[in-house]
Structure formats: C-alpha cells, structure tokens
Design a protein around this ligand. Structure first.
Ligand SMILES: Nc1ncnc2c1ncn2[C@@H]1O[C@H](COP(=O)(O)OP(=O)(O)OP(=O)(O)O)[C@@H](O)[C@H]1O
Length: 640
C-alpha cells in the first residue's frame, strides 16, 4: 500500500483498495457520517498519487462545493454539475447530436422530445442551425435548443449508441466522482455504469451518498440493483461525526432501512467535547395555534437560541410559500406563484386543445373566448369551462386583475408564462455563499437586486464597493458631483411606502441605477407580469432580498441537504402540498409514497443539527403526541 494512505480513514483506504483493483465503488453512510469529508480525501489522495490525470467531481449542494473548493483547490480537478459535465463532453459532436435528436423526436416511446406539428422530423431538420444544437435554461426544440431534462435523455442515447464517446471521456477523466448519488437521475447512472462498460478503456467511477436522503423524485434513490449486478462495490460508513447523541438516537429511530449509527470514536470529530460525545437537545414543541413566532420566542427565552445568528440558527419550512408569509414577501410570491387567473386561462386553453375546438380566436379577447365557450351551443360542459372553486375565490378577491385579463388578446395572454424560479432562484444559504448568482431570475428581479445592492452597500458604509456598482460612477467629475451622489442615494434609500415602479424610476432619475435595455425589453414583453409587480411596495422586495441573500434564518427543507447548523427548528407544516403528510409520518400510515417522502425529508432536516434540534407541530392529535414521546422522550415533548 502507498505509505501515505495509512493516514487516511479506514473507509477511504478501503476505497483505494477497490481503485487498485480497478473497481467502481459506492461510499454510503447515514447523515453526518462524513461522506463529503471522505470525498474530499479521496480526491486529494487521487491527485497526489496521479499528478498528471484529470479528475471530475459532480455535486449539487453548496456545502459540498464550498468544502471541495476550500480543501482541494487543484487545477486537475473539475467540479461541476452533472448537466454541465455531460454537455461539455458531448457538445462538440454536433453531427451526432443532430442525428440523435431527430431519432429521439421520431421515437414514440420518448414523449419528452418532440417538435410540435412536425412529424416525422426530417433527417436534415437541424442541419442549417447557425449555432448548432445548444443547451440552455429554456427549451426551444424547434430551434435546436434543449434544456435540462432533454440533455439527460440525449446524453444517455449518445453514450449508449457511441462507445467511442465513452472512450473519449474515460481518456480525459481517469476518475469521475458523483456526490449525492441518491438524487442523481437514472439516465446518468446508466451512462456511467452501463454504457461506459462498452468501452474497454480504464477509469474509475465513485458514488457517494445515502439512500435515506433521496428527496427529489427524479433521483435514482438507490443503487442496490447495480450492486447486485456486480457493477459496483459498496463501502459503508457507520459512524456519525456531526450530530450530538440525542439527535443520533432520534435519527436511528427515523431510518427505515435499519441502519444504526454510532457516534465516532474520533476525538477530534465535531460532535465530541473533551473526549465524550455531546448530548445536545431534541424538543418536540406543539401548540394549538400555528403562530411560529411564539415558538421562536420560546426557544429564545428558554433555550438561549438566537435567530439573528442566521448562519448558525435555522428555521426549516417545507416550501418557499410558507416562508414568504413569515419573511414578508407574500405579495411578490403570490404574483409569481399563485396567479389563479392564469390557472383559469390554462383550464380554458386545455379545454380547447382537448376538445379540438377549431374556432379562430386570433382576434378575440380572453373575455370573449370565455363567453364563446360558456355560451356554446355545442353542448359543452359548462363546469369544465368555468373557474374552479379556488379560482372563483381568487377572482372575487382580484376583480381588477380578472377584468384586465379579460380585455387582453387571448393569444397574447396564452403566451404569458413565468414561474417562481424567476423570483427565487439560487437562494444563498448564508451571506458568505459566493456561488449563487440567481441565473434564472428574470430581468425585473435582477434590476431590483441592483437597486437594492446600491442601497445596501451604502447603508452598510461599504462606500468603495458602492462606487464600483452604482451607475452614477460615470457622472463623478468633481467634488460637487460627489455631493450630488450623496444626496441622490440618500433620497433613494428612503423608500418609505414607495412602490417598486416608483423606486425604479427614482433610481433612474437620480442616476444611481439606470433603466437599461434589458429592463425595457422586459417591460415591453411582460406587460401582464410587470403590471402586477409594479404596484407592490419596494420595501417588500427588500424583504425578499434579505431572504435570498441569506440574511434571514429561513431555509426550505430541501435546500438544507448537505449542510449543518448549530440550532435547527423544523416546522412540520405541509402548506397544503399533499406530496407530504406529517401527521401520517408520525402514524406511519397513509399512501406509501407520501409516507416515504415525508420520512426522508424529516430525516434530512433533523440530522442537520450540530447542537440543538426543535420540531414544531401545530395542533397534533393524541396519537401524534404519543409517537413523539416515543421518538423524542416524554420530557422533551412540550406544549408551549
Ligand atoms: N475524518 C474527519 N475528520 C474531521 N472531521 C470530519 C471527518 N469526517 C467528517 N468530519 C466532519 O463531520 C461533519 C459531518 O461530515 P460530512 O458533512 O462530510 O457528512 P456527510 O456524510 O456528508 O453528511 P450528510 O449526508 O448529512 O450530508 C462535518 O463537520 C465534517 O467536517
């Protein structure tokens, strides 16, 4: 054995034994067992032993990217997302890409890839594209632009049909490591474990993860079948280095695969204190109101928690919607995510499509289309072309919006499309998180960010940085102009009750943040959305800014995977998302898939705590309380 390896953890030494035997491997282990830590050790050792080879590592969690960058930092290591890795390796084979896309589009079994109204797609369909096949955030198959889902299908097809492609990638990367394998798409696993086999070149694929933490439905979940087929050898980590004893005990009860963790014997492990494992605290708090503010107060008063320490104390909610109310950006969230007028439009559109209604609506308003359908003499089902109960309630509360939508050209309104990603993409876990740039945010939100960045830098007295970002920098020619800048920014900061539209104009007139072409273009092309956002108070956007910049203690439960914090408050409220059911989590009842999903997200949440864990359940039944007593201990179940 290479001498230096002796200093490594035993599991990492076991991995190197498999590498020596040219075997692909899987490192699995419960939460906090140190898989990310081992991944970094493996990468470092591989580079040490093979200084001339390239290593690829794919990971999704912020925590892992940060840890890898800090601890490895080597030019031979390429850290990326799986999508970027695949695209980088196939994008130069344009001829093959075009041919493959046409085949997939014409394959009736592949429903995700098709070109509307073109069937079959001719062989030379993509031959004259200026930029060839491209991979982007959005899909426009007609123009040869694919997005995330299509990329995986396409890459899988190419690697399956071109063993040479596997040889090229294997030559380029002698080692490929995939973190959080459980949430990796099955197409990706197939590429690396099945299609790669078709090339006789040598390389090593290593997976790291935990089946109990599979929280995304598109993920493979488990690699058990690959293990059975001998395509991969498993090494298990059993110790826990993160969580205090009480959290480990709880987590062991929550695991559904019988894996029982023990605290590590490593005296330097984070969960050790002077040679003994920390005890920590676990609490199950409940009350008959859903007022989480009182839960926070209870923890502050009785357990010394400090929610202002956003880096170390987190409140985990299932959805951004649940957070929006608490963090104060509920109107913005509701515009981007809960527009039931647009949902009604979808209902009408789907009806027209489903029933092949062949009327020319090109000159009709949305209101006219509704009327035509509702008064149709063709025996149409009136219910199917009317708003649902939820839509009716929404319309009753938003009559102005509904009346406005009814005046819009139906075809134009049909094109209106936006998602909450345009508002919320890439939330930072904490303020120091540098990797998040909000790629999917729309131009309006990006512009508002720019304005608020100006304000925030000036308010925090970061004058040099402020001078670098403000558009006013081009106007600074004299002492007098500096004084004008001071007056202008101080005027802008005082947003008071001003609307978003007013602040955009103010920032423009005062020269702090100019209305640029991107914003103008957005305003022209997204009249419906802009009209809705513009009247919301700018102070509400400021709340969103704080949330996205990681300055609040709030996080969604999914986004905390891989991370760890001293104090963790988990809110068990499914926010009417029926993919999850926390009552049934405790009763171990209900639909098996919903139960499984709820068990896994709850396991992920609880195991983030390095010191103290609190779980809040609003108005639990007696059965839930009994189970909570079993899991948390009688003395830790508290009615606040
Ligand atoms: N060998 C080690 N020496 C010192 N610290 C370690 C070691 N292994 C892990 N740790 C520390 O233990 C904690 C948990 O490790 P890590 O985050 O790698 O766990 P994980 O298995 O990836 O957890 P999860 O599945 O919950 O994301 C981290 O604080 C990490 O820095």
């Amino acid at each position: 054995m290479v001498k230096e390896r002796l200093k490594l953890e035993t599991e990492v030494q076991d991995i190197f034994n498999l590498i020596d035997d040219e075997k692909n491997f899987l490192l699995s282990g419960g939460a906090g067992s140190g898989k990310t830590y081992s991944l970094v050790s493996v990468i470092r050792q591989v580079i040490e032993e093979n200084p001339s080879v390239q290593v690829a590592c794919m990971t999704y969690t912020n925590a892992a990217v940060k840890e890898i960058e800090e601890r490895v930092n080597h030019k031979n290591l390429n850290v990326s997302t799986i999508h970027d890795f695949l695209w980088d390796n196939i994008k130069h084979f344009q001829k093959e890409l075009k041919k493959a896309l046409v085949s997939l589009a014409n394959d009736i079994e592949v429903s995700k890839i098709s070109i509307k109204d073109i069937n079959p797609v001719p062989e030379n369909y993509f031959d004259n594209l200026d930029d060839g096949i491209q991979y982007k955030e959005f899909l426009r198959m007609r123009d040869g632009i694919i997005s995330h889902d299509e990329l995986l299908i396409l890459a899988n097809y190419l690697f399956s049909s071109h063993p040479k492609l596997s040889s090229i990638v294997k030559d380029k990367y002698k080692f490929i490591f995939i973190d959080e394998y459980q949430d990796t798409n099955k197409y990706v696993v197939e590429i690396f474990l099945n299609h790669f086999k078709k090339s006789s070149k040598k390389n090593i694929i290593g997976f790291f993860g935990d089946a109990m933490q599979a929280i995304y439905p598109e993920g493979i979940g488990s690699l058990a079948a690959y293990k059975e087929d001998d395509l991969i050898d498993e090494i298990k980590k059993e110790q826990n280095r993160r969580n205090p004893q009480k959290v480990i005990d709880l987590a062991n009860k929550l695991r559904t695969d019988g894996i029982n963790q023990i605290p590590s014997s490593d005296l330097k492990a984070p969960n050790m204190d002077s040679g003994v494992v920390k005890q920590g605290t676990v609490l199950f708090l409940h009350s008959n109101t859903d007022n989480v503010e009182s839960v926070r107060e209870y923890l502050v008063k009785n357990h010394d928690w400090d929610f202002k320490e956003a880096k170390e104390t987190k409140e985990l909610n299932l959805t951004h919607n649940l957070i929006a109310d608490k963090a104060g950006f509920e109107n913005l969230m509701s515009v981007y995510d809960k527009d039931l007028v647009l949902k009604f439009r979808d209902r009408i559109r789907d009806y027209i499509k489903k029933h092949d209604i062949d009327l020319d609506f090109s000159e009709s308003t949305f209101g006219e289309v509704i009327e035509i359908l509702q008064n149709g003499k063709t025996g149409r089902d009136l219910k199917a072309v009317s708003p649902t109960k939820g839509m009716k309630d929404f319309i009753a509360n938003n009559t102005e919006l509904y009346n406005y939508a009814k005046t819009l050209n139906y075809l134009e309104l049909s094109k209106v499309y936006f998602t909450k990603d345009q508002l919320l993409d890439d939330k930072k876990q904490d303020e120091e998180d540098k990797s998040k740039k909000g790629a999917k945010r729309d131009s309006l939100i990006k512009h508002l960010f720019k304005i608020q960045q100006n304000i925030s830098l000036y308010q925090n007295k970061k004058y040099n940085e402020f001078l670098k970002v403000t558009d006013f920098r081009f106007q600074i020619t004299s002492i007098k102009s500096k004084r004008v800048l001071k007056e202008n920014i101080e005027h802008l900061i005082d947003v008071g009750e001003k609307t978003i539209d007013e602040v955009i104009n103010d920032a423009n007139i005062k020269g702090i943040c100019l209305i640029d072409d991107k914003l103008k273009d957005f305003q022209e092309k997204n009249v419906y959305l802009y009209n809705r956002v513009k009247n919301i108070k700018f102070s509400e956007f400021q709340k969103l800014f704080e949330y996205l910049e990681g300055k609040t203690p709030f996080s969604t439960q999914h986004k905390t995977k891989g991370a760890e914090f001293d104090n963790v408050l988990v809110i068990l409220d499914n926010g009417k998302w029926n993919n999850y059911n926390f009552e049934n989590l405790f009763l171990e009842a209900g639909s098996p898939t919903v139960l499984d999903r709820s068990q896994k997200i709850f396991y992920v949440c609880c195991t983030r705590a390095k010191e103290n864990l609190a779980v809040f359940f609003n108005n639990p039944s007696q059965e839930v309380i009994s189970k909570a007593k079993e899991w948390f201990g009688v003395e830790n179940v508290v009615n606040i």
